[in-house]
Design a protein around this ligand. Structure first.
Ligand code: FES
Length: 129
């Protein structure tokens, strides 16, 4: 009797494992990445912008927006995982907003665009799609 149970157990385990393997083989391939999404570079210079105090702005952080330096929602389809930076200036002011998207003081330019990795990088071409 023990021998029969053991044989049945073995078959059940074998079928269960095979079924899991077949399910895994049929599943769509998923590419997992441990790298955070990176912005593209729409401009290698900052944008001089006059801001209105108390007004809410959304600075594009992905670089795909066609309304640079502000967000137009392009991150939702072209750069999932990157969100715009929303901010409200306290008073009317003129500022330089980062255009390269690699500033360490978003949304403001901090001069990072002068570094070699930005200077030598390709400029992102905006497309209609
Ligand atoms: S434009 Fe990005 S740091 Fe100056």
């Amino acid at each position: 009797m023990n021998m029969l149970v053991n044989t049945l157990d073995h078959r059940w385990i074998s079928l269960t494992l095979r079924q899991a393997w077949i399910t895994a083989m049929a599943a769509p391939k998923v590419h997992l990445s441990t790298h955070p999404p990176e912005p593209v570079i729409p401009s290698k210079k900052p944008f001089k912008v006059e801001l209105v105090g108390g007004k809410r702005y959304s600075w594009c952080a992905c670089g795909h927006s066609k309304k640079q330096p502000f967000c137009d929602g392009a991150h939702k389809t072209k750069a999932q995982g990157l969100m715009p930076l929303r901010f409200i200036p306290e008073k009317d002011c003129t500022v330089w907003l980062c255009g390269c998207k690699y500033t360490n003081n978003p949304p403001y330019c901090d001069g990072t665009h002068k570094q070699d990795f930005i200077v030598s990088a390709p400029l992102h071409e905006q497309t209609d799609s």
